[in-house]
Structure formats: structure tokens, C-alpha cells
Design a protein around this ligand. Structure first.
Ligand code: AMP
Length: 218
């Protein structure tokens, strides 16, 4: 199964991607996660990407395409993949299309997660990550027992640099101007499927699974 998850920041792509990838036994490929790992490790790619990420701007297409090409070479991607946060621009989508044609392995579907904008801002600005184990909490929807401390490991909860309100608003603008055109790109190819992304993670997963059953016969 080869699938893309599309939707604004805060639509729940990360959460849904983990669930769907587990269900179908395919790797969850998040370009944002790969970039953050590079930033943490201080690689040259990470150093270049950080200034774009901190501002909520997009990392240049060539950097992203190099990373994705490398990732698709790993053996687990033979079973398929689920992209989360990629592609983000029409040139990225065109480059991916070319790569998949060369591999003889076209996309099955593009799921669009739909949520209202005010909900997205609330979700993102309340997100907190444990600096010890990486567990994600939410100040309103999933708060820790002790404020600022992880329930699992006691680590300090921090806000992602790009989850402050000003940066979130910029990420939404960038989404509208650069990523939203992909909806039309994939709609023209008959690949776009809508999943309403409000409700609990379980409810959203169930809707996504109903759509994907068409491709997997599950
Ligand atoms: P995410 O975790 O998907 O929200 O990505 C975090 C940040 O990483 C984005 O705001 C961008 O700066 C950068 N990024 C992630 N994926 C891409 C991509 N496909 N194209 C360009 N920039 C990206």
C-alpha cells in the first residue's frame, strides 16, 4: 500500500500516520521527523534546515527530495509507505511521481484530513513534548498529571520551536499557498480521498480505514 496523508499542520497527520502504518505493516515516513533527527544530531542537512523550520517555512525541495530518495531505498519501503508531511509543494509531488513511475509502483491513494483552522491553532499551540522520552501531551486535551512533567519518565515537557502561535500562523499560510494546490494535483489524478479529522483519534482512524479498505480489500 502506497499512501500520502495530506492536511494542514495540526490535522493529526502524525497520530493517524502511526496508526495506519501499523495496521498495514508499512513504514511511516515523516519528512518532519527525519529533519528533526538531523537537527538533533547536528548534521549539515540539519543545520541548513533548522532556520527554515524555526520560522515555519519550507525546507528547499532539493534537500527534501534527496532525503526521500534515500529513504525509499531502504528495504522496508518495498512493502509500501505512508508519507506524512510530504509532498508539501507541487514540484515535490511531480518529483515523487517520476520516482514512483521509475519503480513501477504508483500511489494507491492520497487521504486528505480536514479540520477547521481555529481548531488547528488550538491543537498546535497546546502541544507539549517530553524532552526525555518524546511522549506528546496536550495542555487542554491530554494534560500530564503534574504540570510540565512527563507522566511516564518525569522529563520536562517542552514546546516544539515551531508550535508558538506566530509560527503556527505562518505554517498555516505556507500550507495554503504552497501545499493546498496538491489537492487539485491529486484530485486530477483520481487519487484524492477525504477523511473528516474531527473527533477522537480512534474515530478518525476508523474513517481512514474505511477509505483504505477499498485499496487493500481489508
Ligand atoms: P512537520 O513535522 O511535518 O510539521 O514538519 C516540520 C517542519 O519541517 C515544516 O514546518 C518544514 O519547515 C519542514 N518540512 C517537513 N517536511 C517538509 C517538506 N516535505 N517540504 C519542506 N519542508 C518540510
Amino acid at each position: 500500500m502506497r499512501v500520502i496523508l495530506l492536511g494542514p499542520p495540526g490535522a493529526g497527520k502524525g497520530t493517524q500516520a502511526t496508526r495506519i502504518a501499523e495496521r498495514y505493516g508499512i513504514p511511516h515516513i515523516s519528512t518532519g521527523d527525519i529533519l528533526r533527527a538531523n537537527v538533533r544530531e547536528g548534521t549539515s542537512l540539519g543545520q541548513e534546515a533548522k532556520r527554515y523550520m524555526d520560522a515555519g517555512d519550507l525546507v528547499p525541495d532539493e534537500v527534501i527530495m534527496g532525503m526521500v530518495a534515500d529513504r525509499l531505498e531502504l528495504p522496508d519501503a518495498e512493502a509500501g509507505f505512508l508519507f506524512d508531511g510530504f509532498p508539501r509543494t507541487v514540484p515535490q509531488a511531480e518529483a515523487l511521481e517520476g520516482m514512483l513511475i521509475d519503480r513501477g509502483a504508483p500511489l494507491d491513494a492520497v487521504l486528505r484530513l480536514a479540520v477547521p483552522q481555529d481548531e488547528v491553532v488550538r491543537r498546535l499551540t497546546g502541544r507539549r513534548t517530553c524532552s526525555g522520552c518524546g511522549r506528546i501531551f496536550h495542555e487542554v486535551f491530554d494534560p500530564p498529571v503534574e504540570p510540565g512533567r512527563c507522566d511516564d519518565c518525569g522529563g520536562e515537557l517542552t514546546q516544539r520551536d515551531d508550535d508558538t502561535e506566530a509560527v503556527v500562523l505562518n505554517r498555516l499560510d505556507v500550507y495554503r499557498s504552497q501545499t493546498q494546490p496538491l489537492e487539485h494535483f491529486y484530485w486530477e489524478r483520481g487519487l484524492l480521498r477525504d477523511v473528516e479529522a474531527v473527533g477522537t483519534p480512534e474515530e478518525v482512524s476508523e474513517r481512514a480505514a474505511q477509505v483504505l479498505a477499498e485499496y487493500h480489500g481489508a
